[in-house]
Write a protein that binds this ligand. Structure first.
Ligand SMILES: [Mn+2]
Length: 337
């Protein structure tokens, strides 16, 4: 595996392989979010404009409803075991658990690229070329830096479609410019995208304000169960399988955490979602505690302020273990102030 130092080098090597590839696949982590999925859409369209055909490889159970208005012309392919690609590009993901069954493609592809901005985990993906820059606000901004000149040379209809996708990447990972990664760099990226002719307000509406009533009822059930620990510094949320089934929803139906950000006194948010009889999805958010290290302790990972993991075991035990880890992390962070 070769770790690439800069975006230019990544671009040169990628272009070299793409031009001689018989087949190209792009994929991102399970439960695709606005960054992983829309940066994949942007890359696919950029490549298509260079006459390079590609598949975005998804899982059969992916929930892509919320991306509907950004998917025009996208070429998606549901993962099938045994299918191989010549060149594989993995975006916004550097972990085997987050690829699930699709990690098979990583074993069989000839040329493998990982492009990401998460904190590298202990078990990084075994690729040929890896570019990880944790200072990048989203994976979409890496794609933009790679292909900015090409994008500027495209017909307006094409460049707008790509700019829309990249803008969704950006507002997904900044939570519409409210997370701590909102800074001069990310705002100037937004400004450059707007210059292509996109409408930020329309895109915000299309991505963040399109929940169904069932999704809102489900959210309501979760919010009514808020629990607080450590004098209100830890906010704990739980979603059971029943709640999802009652509201006819699948696991990743709505991003719950953004609805509890900004509550007075809360320093850490933990959302535990039951996904089946034996496993739970944990999402953590904090501006004060390094939640990546907590997620790593469960075999997961992510960013310092936003991370996740899959937990196995009995709910009561998992919960009390989690709360004590969070209390511990808070006391460490408070002693360091
Ligand atoms: Mn991301």
């Amino acid at each position: 595996m070769k770790n690439l130092e800069n975006i230019q080098e990544l671009k040169e090597i990628l272009n070299r392989f793409l031009n001689s590839s018989s087949s190209v696949a792009i994929m991102t982590h399970t439960e695709p979010d606005g960054d992983g999925f829309c940066s994949s859409l942007a890359l696919q369209r950029l490549l298509r404009n260079q006459a390079i055909d590609s598949d975005i490889v998804i899982d059969a159970d992916n929930q892509l409803e919320r991306f509907k208005s950004f998917m025009e012309g996208a070429k998606l392919s549901i993962f099938e075991s045994g299918h191989r690609y010549d060149t594989l590009i993995i975006l916004d993901c550097n972990s085997y658990t987050l690829l699930g069954n699709r990690s098979e493609l990583l074993r069989t592809a000839h040329n493998r690229f990982v492009v990401d901005h998460h904190i590298p985990s202990n078990k990084q993906l075994d690729s040929d070329y890896t570019f990880v820059d944790t200072s990048e606000v989203c994976t979409g901004s890496i794609i933009y830096k790679m292909f900015k000149p090409e994008m500027e040379a495209l017909p307006k209809m094409e460049s707008i479609a790509i700019a829309k996708n990249l803008y969704i990447s950006l507002i997904n990972d900044t939570n519409n410019f409210t997370n701590s990664n909102t800074n001069a760099k990310s705002l100037s990226f937004a400004s450059e995208l707007v210059t292509f002719g996109i409408n930020p307000s329309d895109l915000y509406q299309a991505f963040y304000c399109n929940n169904t009533t069932n999704q809102m009822k489900y959210l309501g059930e979760i919010l009514s169960g808020i629990e607080l620990y450590n004098d209100g510094q830890i906010l704990f949320l739980y979603s059971s399988l029943d709640m999802q089934h009652r509201n006819k929803l699948s696991s990743n139906a709505i991003s719950v955490l953004r609805f509890v950000q900004g509550i007075k006194g809360v320093k850490v948010i933990a959302f535990l979602r039951q996904d089946n009889e034996e496993s739970f999805n944990l999402s953590l958010r904090s501006e004060t505690v390094d939640v990546n290290s907590i997620a790593v302790s469960y075999g997961g990972g992510g960013h310092k302020n936003a991370s996740g993991a899959t937990l196995y075991g009995e709910l009561g035990e998992l919960k009390s273990n989690l709360i004590s880890k969070l209390k511990e992390a808070l006391s460490v962070s408070q002693n360091n102030v």
